[in-house]
Design a protein around this ligand. Structure first.
Ligand code: AMP
Ligand code: MG
Length: 321
């Protein structure tokens, strides 16, 4: 099982420069998986995935019943890293009423008329719910940093757009997430770290399998050409915004099942650290419930007696024919 100490491996320490070269996208070594033996790794992993989903379902029900906290899961990645599949997996384990997913694409004219956090604040999860952001306000320090011409559309007040500008955005994001944290929203952020080689393999798969063609867009290839610039933007942004209150996890994503497991596991582990409890009904409210219960039971007894009486009557008539 993936435990907290393994999750620690993937958490980006606050205040340190992140070096993605130190994070292997093909990482697969958990003690248990190693023990399971190479051939059995996939099967064992699938079994662990199932167990984990059951735990997630329980944890989410408790989150809902407790009603004081919300969980925000932010997913960021290069194309074909497995965001959609991860969301599908995590969602498959929880009650749909307790979960919301929002995908953020190129901003609309209305969205561009507001600050870069605005559209995401409209989609924040309420207490008791898990909200998943498929891309997020981080796009505004990632794709926008790689393509600074996009900033022109944002109609910002004049000023330099150098290091200080991006540092201010990181600072605003940290303040925003701190605010969420202090008000009961647990923020968890995952960067699905796919390798360039694996991305190519997945693109080729999308191109060669008709049922996967729809997933490929020509812009995916254009963005791939900016691979190094993206890596740099990710290193800067994740290093500057991994905080105690809203940590980033760099998730090895070349093995889809492992990425899914790590994300689901991190959500469960985090929920377990909260003081969640089913609301207790005590005192007057409990007395009231007991009164209602007695009333319902009495009603049942009465209706039982009536049915029996009716039965006797009908029975008598039938016999008389
Ligand atoms: P996909 O998630 O593959 O459907 O693609 C969505 C696209 O929208 C990606 O290329 C993102 O980089 C882009 N996108 C998301 N947010 C922004 C943003 N704030 N500014 C510019 N492009 C964005
Ligand atoms: Mg895409």
């Amino acid at each position: 099982m993936i435990r907290q100490d393994i999750l620690d491996l993937f958490r980006v320490p606050p205040g340190k420069k992140l070096r993605l070269e130190e994070h292997d996208p093909g990482w697969v070594q958990t003690k248990e998986l190693e023990e399971a033996g190479k051939g059995a790794v996939r099967e064992r992993a699938l079994a662990i995935l199932e167990e984990n989903l059951a735990e997630l379902a329980q944890a989410q029900e408790l989150l809902y019943a407790d009603g004081r906290y919300a969980v925000l899961v932010v997913l960021q990645a290069m194309d074909a890293a497995g965001k959609d599949g991860t969301i599908k997996h995590v969602m498959s384990g929880v009650n749909p009423q307790g979960c919301q997913v929002f995908s953020f694409k190129k901003p609309s004219a209305e969205e561009l008329s507001h600050d870069f956090l605005w559209r995401c604040t409209l989609c924040l999860p309420e207490r008791g719910r898990i909200g998943i952001f498929n891309r997020s306000y981080y796009e505004d320090v990632l794709v926008v940093k790689v393509h600074p011409e996009l900033l022109e559309q944002q109609r910002l007040p004049p000023g330099k757009r150098g290091k200080g500008f991006w540092a201010a955005r990181y600072e605003d994001i940290n303040a925003f997430e701190h605010h969420l944290h202090r008000n009961g929203t647990v923020v968890l952020k995952f960067f699905l770290n796919v390798s360039r080689k694996e991305q190519k393999r997945r693109f080729l798969e999308r191109l060669s399998r008709p049922e996967k063609n729809w997933k490929f867009s020509a812009s995916d290839l254009a963005e791939r050409a900016h691979w190094d610039a993206y890596r740099e933007a990710y290193e800067d942004a994740l290093g500057a915004t991994s905080t105690e209150w809203a940590p980033w996890y760099v998730v090895p994503a070349d093995h889809k099942w492992l990425a899914r497991l790590i994300v689901a596991r991190a959500v469960v582990e985090t929920l377990e650290t909260l003081d969640l409890e089913f609301p207790k009904v005590e005192g007057k409210a409990l007395q009231e419930l007991q009164k209602v219960r007695r009333a319902l039971l009495a009603e049942q007894l009465r209706s039982g007696a009536t049915t029996r009486a009716k039965g006797r009557k009908r029975g008598g008539r039938d016999r008389g024919r």
